[in-house]
Ligand binder design. Structure first.
Ligand code: FAD
Ligand code: FES
Ligand code: MG
Length: 285
């Protein structure tokens, strides 16, 4: 069992949990994720390790309640425990001291997985410009943490309630123009699939290397089941063991989008049954 030591609500539907998991905290590297199962009847879901404290033996998970398992997870409180936690999983982010500036872009819940990457890049001596975005100010998460992990932090909101009025793509374009494309070594972009696709379209004409973290459905996360297969550069890859980070300019985003919707009806039904059982409000209504 893995005990929840702290719980915080970061924005409506976004929760942060600090869990006791000393082995995972010790081995974790930026880019890794864990597979968790709440109880013996639960499904396994992947969540990125948003932070860790190897001294204290804790890891931090940040997640958005979008369906049954993440809603159930969001209802847990400090003192509760999770049955299974397997990890760290996935290939860590490739970190080195790059010649030019590195840009980390996080949209919505994607700010959580981009945070450890920004910090690792900065710890390696890079100049890190981060861009974070959300639909509105109250949905923006981890602004302070991203500020500490970056040399410069820029914010965009779709409705203009905070920072730049518009999309993270506009801000990224401005940063590349300002720095000069030859001085931007790497863009790391994490967020909803349409956002990652749009960011890749933005960087493509500048020929700036752009890594994205893909979120296909994962079942075992050990490379055995094939559920997480994605097409990158015309080749089939398993995101759980070959990724989850890939060269965004090579990713087949249409296929990823289609595969993510493969179980939508079952997911809706599962949430409906859970809501009826708990008397809770369905997040699909
Ligand atoms: P459901 O209603 O079951 O599903 C909602 C949608 O989530 C589905 O339509 C599908 O697109 C996706 N999904 C469902 N089951 C899975 C699954 N087993 N694996 C992957 N996606 C699924 N979310 C966060 O909020 N924070 C994170 O840090 C985070 N990190 C992730 C890291 C990786 C490597 C991957 C692959 C996904 C990550 N996700 C993260 C997404 C998270 O796993 C899904 O939101 C979660 O599984 C949804 O489960 P649910 O039962 O609540 O929702
Ligand atoms: Fe089964 Fe990746 S989740 S192969
Ligand atoms: Mg589910």
């Amino acid at each position: 069992m893995f005990e929840i030591l702290e719980k915080k609500i970061l924005s409506p539907a976004v929760h942060q949990l600090v869990l006791r998991a000393p082995e995972i905290a010790r081995k974790h590297k930026a880019g890794n994720f864990v597979m968790l199962r709440i109880d013996e009847k639960g499904e396994r879901i992947p969540l990125t390790v948003a932070d860790k404290d190897s001294g204290a033996g804790t890891i931090t998970l940040v997640f958005q309640s979008v369906g049954k398992t993440t809603t159930q997870l969001g209802e847990l409180v400090a003192g509760d425990a999770i049955l299974d936690l397997a990890g760290p999983m996935g290939r860590p982010t490739h970190i080195e001291r790059f010649a030019g500036v590195t840009v980390c872009v996080g949209g919505g819940i994607g700010v959580a997985p981009v945070h450890p990457i920004a910090r690792a890049l900065r710890d390696a001596g890079n100049r890190v410009v981060s861009i974070i975005g959300a639909r509105a100010k109250e949905l923006l998460i981890l602004e302070e943490e991203m500020g500490r992990a970056s040399d410069e932090l820029l914010v965009a909101t779709d409705d203009g309630s905070y920072g730049h009025h518009g999309f993270v793509t506009d801000v990224l374009k401005r940063v590349i123009e300002r720095e000069g494309r030859e001085n931007v070594s790497l863009v790391v972009a994490i967020g909803p699939v349409p956002m990652m696709r749009a960011l890749c379209k933005t960087t493509e004409p500048y020929e700036v290397k752009t890594m994205v973290s893909l979120n296909p459905i994962m079942v075992d996360a050990t490379g055995m089941c094939g559920a997480c297969r994605v097409t990158v550069g015309g080749e089939t890859k398993f995101a759980c063991v070959d990724g989850p980070e890939f060269d965004g300019h090579q990713v087949d985003f249409d296929e990823l989008t289609q595969r993510l919707r493969g179980y939508l009806e079952d997911e809706k039904r599962s949430m409906q049954i859970y809501s009826e059982h708990r008397g809770a409000h369905s997040c699909y209504t």
